[in-house]
Ligand binder design. Structure first.
Ligand SMILES: [Zn+2]
Length: 365
């Protein structure tokens, strides 16, 4: 899932995201709550309508962003008080408040409010934090069940329905509604991770996320935690690892049975001149590309690689042109989305190529 922090995948217009065949994008509750405000978005018909996106969307709970504020936040049983990174004003998020905001935004998948445990943390601290997340999951679910009808669209006017009709897909008689996912925490302790997963599954969510990873731990530890949790999470419900990863990592996680991932890496790295290619990462600002007439990635068939040279991409970046961010991001998203297409293809073929178990990515399908 490309990340669209403030209702925009940075530097990429929605029509280009459609051309890239992004099926779902993510919005950040914390950012949208601060600006432009969830009530404004509700009054404009919800996030899909506001940003003109009639495919699926997911909002996070705001917990991770608030966690990232460090000294600007304070956690209690009731919730988290924090100061806005924009203007220093004071705010208070609770599980109920996070649900209220996410219902107003109206994304298709919404997330329970959790505490992302810091890393490193000792066992008793991680257990306390995990217990808090479990209590908050219960409160999130209670509020969501009581208020889910307050979404800013009706089943008939839901943007996904319009999109399905446009694509000529068979009419779906089920009324679209939001789905609330639970989040597994438990730090870097496999047994706490398993316990968190078991007790979250007992609450019976339609999908499950694994949170609190990619917080500075070694990659092998991330892998271990995901493996421990996947043993517990039901295979017939979506399993989502939040905030990962590099292309080789998302292939590996998908091969383990992860269905969904989001990461700012392809978009953020692009704005810093870092391009993902079939030959590894390249830093386009390097002097070695000044006269390079080849595309960013000879195997990529995105519209950037079809048209522009590395020399030109380097020039744009060095000159500080806004187009550099646009072109670099379009290529990186194409690379990531192609990677996931290759993953789906390998799964449908039973992974004969060995791609999911560490083999090379097959040539474009
Ligand atoms: Zn490309």
């Amino acid at each position: 899932m490309p990340v669209g922090t403030v209702g925009s995948v940075k530097a990429v217009p929605q029509d280009v995201l459609e051309e890239l065949d992004a099926q779902i994008i993510l919005g950040n509750t914390y950012h949208l709550y601060l600006r432009p405000g969830h009530e404004l978005i509700r009054s404009l018909g919800g996030l899909h309508k506001f940003i003109s996106w009639d495919r699926a969307m997911l909002t996070d709970s705001g917990g991770f962003q608030v966690f990232s504020l460090g000294d600007l936040r304070k956690v209690s049983e009731e919730g988290v008080s924090f100061r806005s990174h924009l203007n220093g004003t004071s705010h208070f998020f609770t599980p109920e408040r996070s649900m209220e905001i996410q219902i107003a935004l109206g994304a298709d998948i919404v997330m329970a409010f959790d505490e992302c445990t810091e890393h490193p943390a000792d066992r008793s601290r991680v257990r306390d934090s995990m217990e808090l997340t479990l209590r908050w999951a219960g409160r999130s679910k209670d509020y969501f069940e009581a208020h889910k009808h307050e979404v800013p669209w009706t089943p008939e006017s839901h943007p996904l329905r319009k999109n399905r009709a446009k694509d000529g897909a068979p009419a779906d008689s089920s009324a679209p509604t939001q789905a609330l996912f639970g989040i597994v925490q438990g730090g870097m302790y496999a047994d706490l991770r398993r316990e968190s997963a078991e007790r979250t599954v007992e609450m019976d969510f339609p999908g499950y996320a694994i949170g609190g990873l990619s917080v500075g731990e070694p990659r092998e530890q991330t892998f271990e935690m995901i493996a421990a949790v996947l043993e517990i999470l039901p295979k017939d419900k979506p399993r989502y690892v939040m905030g990962v990863g590099y292309p080789d990592e998302i292939v590996r996680y998908a091969g383990m049975g992860v269905d969904m991932m989001d990461c700012v890496l392809p978009t953020r790295a692009a704005r810093h001149g870092l391009l993902f290619t079939s030959e590894g990462r390249i830093n386009i600002k390097g002097a070695r590309y000044a006269q390079d007439q080849g595309p960013a990635d000879a195997q990529c068939r995105c519209k950037v690689c079809a048209r522009y040279s590395r020399a030109y991409l380097r020039h744009l970046f060095v000159a500080g042109e806004p187009l550099a961010a646009v072109l670099n991001t379009v290529h990186n998203l194409a690379y990531y989305l192609d990677t996931m297409r290759a993953v789906r293809h390998a799964i449908s073929l039973g992974d004969n190529s060995g791609f999911l178990s560490g083999g090379a990515r097959p040539e474009r399908l």
